[in-house]
Design a protein around this ligand. Structure first.
Ligand SMILES: [Zn+2]
Length: 349
């Protein structure tokens, strides 16, 4: 049992074997604490002994019925609004749209599409490019395509994809986030994917950003996604990479360990195996440097101060260090491909 700051008791259960390949786990890190939301208690991460798997999981883990207690102050509640007002921002947004036209085929028939070569300017800014690829979840333009986001939080990404021509809807289990998304005019449902009882072959695309590491049975979730996708439909998900440069650098201080909310942490192998078990055969997997700078900064603060306040920005030498490490990681990803902070998986049904 673990105690939370407001005296909520988290009941746990043992998870002795790997969900993907049923092998036992060896100790990776123990005595981990919740440095972000300050629940009390210590947590242990195990890593699958199967070298071809590499799944990492919490053992013991919070029981499924207890998970809601871990998200009382979670940041899906926080709504950031960002409106382009300055001419510099408008100019950047034009270059951004040219890039999205060039890379993913958006804005067909518009000026951005005719001038899409301008998007090549972003080749000089790999971290920004990684952000833009993520902003459309690596999906090519499909006007009117039916898209579902699982764990859509306050609906920011769905609102953007809606503006690009997708027919969007979302699911989240957080009632405050759902309320905020509804205010944006997004069709969003409260609860889990199973609760929605979607017909099979319903969606052209299903997206998940930093969700799969939070769920008690990722393979069951992926199987349900496979069922509701149309033939030829795509799943696009991103999740932290336990095999990343940042984790090697910061070890048990790496921000994305995030106990006890991250029940699982994947590398390329374990994520591919999980998706295969769920029925996906045609897949592409990559690791990216999206938000590496922020992650390096946050992990450094955790190591130095034992705490990190979400939304804090780096300054001075720390900023320079984070930018340099981001550049190092970009180089590593060019050579090894598997060292980026975030894994992007695309699977086709
Ligand atoms: Zn395994």
């Amino acid at each position: 049992m673990h105690n939370l700051q407001d005296n909520k008791i988290i009941e746990t259960e043992s998870k002795s074997t790997c969900l993907v390949c049923a092998q036992p786990g060896r100790l990776l890190y123990d005595k981990l604490t919740d440095k972000l939301f300050r629940s009390t208690g210590e947590w242990t991460l195990k890593k699958c002994v199967n070298k071809e798997c590499g799944l990492v999981w919490l053992d013991p883990a919070p029981r499924e019925s207890e998970l809601w207690k871990l998200y009382a102050n979670y940041y899906t509640h926080v709504d950031k609004s960002c409106q382009a007002t300055s001419s510099i921002k408008r100019c950047y947004h034009f270059v951004r749209d040219c890039y999205l036209s060039l890379r993913f085929g958006y804005f067909k028939g518009l000026r951005q599409y005719q001038l899409r070569w301008i998007g090549t300017l972003l080749n000089f800014f790999p971290a920004r490019r990684a952000n833009l690829d993520f902003s459309v979840m690596y999906l090519n333009n499909k006007p009117g395509g039916k898209l579902l986001e699982i764990g859509c939080g306050n609906g920011t990404m769905l609102k953007y994809l809606d503006s690009l021509g997708w027919q969007v809807e979302g699911i989240d289990f957080d009632p405050i986030a759902v309320e905020k998304a509804r205010l944006k005019g997004i069709n969003i449902k409260l609860g889990s994917l199973k609760d929605q009882h979607y017909d099979e072959n319903t969606f052209d695309a299903v997206i998940l950003s930093h969700v799969i590491e939070h769920v008690p049975d990722p393979i069951a979730l992926l199987s349900e996604i496979h069922r509701i996708l149309k033939p030829g439909g795509m799943i696009s998900l991103v999740t932290p990479n336990i095999n990343s440069f940042g984790r090697m650098l910061f070890k048990n201080f790496w921000l994305h360990l995030d106990p006890p909310r991250h029940l699982f942490l994947f590398d390329n192998n374990s994520l591919l195996k999980s998706a295969q078990k769920a029925g996906f055969n045609h897949m592409a997997i990559n690791t990216t440097i999206r938000d590496t700078e922020g992650l390096i900064f946050a992990s450094l603060m955790l190591k130095r101060n034992g705490a990190f306040q979400m939304g804090t920005q780096p300054r001075g030498m720390v900023k320079l260090f984070a930018k340099t490490m981001c550049l190092v990681e970009w180089t590593l990803v060019k050579i090894f491909r598997s060292k980026g902070e975030e894994i992007s998986l695309i699977g086709i049904k």
